[in-house]
Design a protein around this ligand. Structure first.
Ligand SMILES: [Zn+2]
Length: 412
């Protein structure tokens, strides 16, 4: 009965384009930071769309929004679909947004065809996935999964000192309701790949079976403030130079592991005092090492740590790792992945299994409920960038797979 069912791609596209107007940047991207005025306006519009579809929207304490379409079995748990509506400072129009508005399109399609499900089918918009304004990222799903306390999260401050809880209240999304993880049957996240594999290989669907293992480290470089003019080269302990050798070394390790899929990044550099004419006394470098194979980032990290004495000597600074943590290396639910794979095959779409290299809310969800991700191609893999782009033809297959995989889960 549902074999010929397809989402309405024109309707989904116009919904995405309406979203693309809220926080629009000059270069055609989006700046919609979590809990900003723009985030508030987008949430209001999403709420309106949900209400138009006959769904009432619930908001929990961290601002996660849930809209649930009832099922026929009052005992059945909710099959949840979603992602996030916030963006990076210079972000794109689809990262996260496709997962929420694609889920809305699934509900609209079910409504239009009068299809009842046994399970309730829900949509979620997770708060602050990007972490561009409030760190850490993915705080909404983290609190939902019980991995971060609500109170601590509400007390996080942005770089201007604004408290998370106050910003949430200011846009009207400090709620008291929402779903709990005990009410959720399973979680499906549709997302653009944010990498070039699908686009380059002309594959329509990525079935995400797991996440890269990631090892993060904060490296501190201690030098000594001095006047840039009179200080002789031999006497310098410039923390900027220490940071430079760290950046170089981390990059070399990424190249050393590149052939097996490894990669390394130095994403953020803090320099003190960062002033004209003064040698810096301190620098901090945020690094990460990633690899598809579990445990390899640890080896990459250890090879970096082994080089610290040499890097210290070369820069005449004290260099040490002051904080490090592991993240990712998640396995998604094999049964859900099989449902997506079967749906893709049945619908005649090309597909392949893959891992996610980027972080997603689903990585926390995977520890709490059966979870899966469906990737669609994105142009040249460009993401976290205003130039991020997809065409309707890129996202239609993935949204149809979401629809059919959710219905298959309902029938289990
Ligand atoms: Zn995202």
């Amino acid at each position: 009965m549902t074999a010929n069912l397809r989402v309405n791609i024109d309707r989904l596209w116009s919904t995405l384009m309406a979203s693309a107007e809220i926080g629009k940047t000059e270069r055609g991207g989006l700046c919609r930071l979590a809990l900003s005025e723009e985030d508030g306006r987008m949430r209001d519009l999403f709420r309106l769309w949900c209400e138009d579809a006959g769904l009432s929207v619930m908001v929990d304490g961290i601002g996660n929004m849930f809209a649930v379409r009832p099922g026929t079995d009052p005992q059945a748990k909710t099959i949840l679909m979603g992602s996030h509506l916030d963006t990076q400072i210079r972000g794109g129009r689809f990262d996260g947004i496709l997962g929420v508005l694609g889920a809305l399109e699934v509900i609209r399609t079910l409504d239009e065809r009068g299809i009842e499900t046994r399970h309730p089918i829900g949509i979620v918009n997770w708060t602050n996935e990007e972490g561009a304004r409030f760190e850490p990222p993915m705080i909404g799903s983290k609190v939902f999964c019980g991995l971060h306390t609500l109170n601590e999260a509400l007390n996080i401050r942005d770089s201007d000192g604004v408290r998370f809880g106050d910003a949430l209240a200011a846009i009207g999304y400090a709620g008291q309701g929402g779903l709990t993880r005990q009410q959720v049957d399973s979680y499906f996240e549709l997302h653009i790949e944010q990498g070039p594999e699908l686009d380059e290989n002309g594959v329509q669907i990525g079935i995400v079976t797991g996440a890269f293992d990631v090892r993060w480290a904060v490296v501190e470089v201690r030098g000594e403030s001095a006047h840039a003019g009179p200080t002789r080269m031999a006497d310098r302990r410039n923390a900027v130079v220490g940071a430079a050798v760290v950046v170089q070394q981390v990059n070399e390790i990424g190249f050393a592991y590149a052939s097996s899929g490894g990669r390394s990044t130095t994403a953020r550099l803090t320099i003190e005092p960062n002033l004209l004419g003064i040698l810096a006394h301190r620098a901090e470098v945020l690094c990460d090492f990633r690899h598809p194979k579990k445990g390899v980032p640890q080896k990459m990290f250890e090879s970096f740590v082994a080089r610290l004495p040499e890097l210290s000597a070369r820069s005449q600074c004290d260099i040490a790792v002051i904080q490090d943590w592991q993240y990712g290396a998640v396995d998604y639910d094999a049964d859900l992945a099989a449902l997506s794979r079967q749906a893709a095959t049945r619908l005649g779409y090309t597909h392949c299994d893959m891992l996610t290299v980027a972080g997603h809310d689903s990585m926390y969800l995977a520890g709490a409920v059966p979870s899966t991700m469906i990737f669609t191609p994105c142009e040249k893999g460009i993401s976290h960038n205003e130039a991020e782009n997809v065409t309707p033809a890129d996202i239609e297959p993935g949204t149809n797979v979401l629809l059919h995989a959710v219905l298959a889960r309902d029938a289990v």
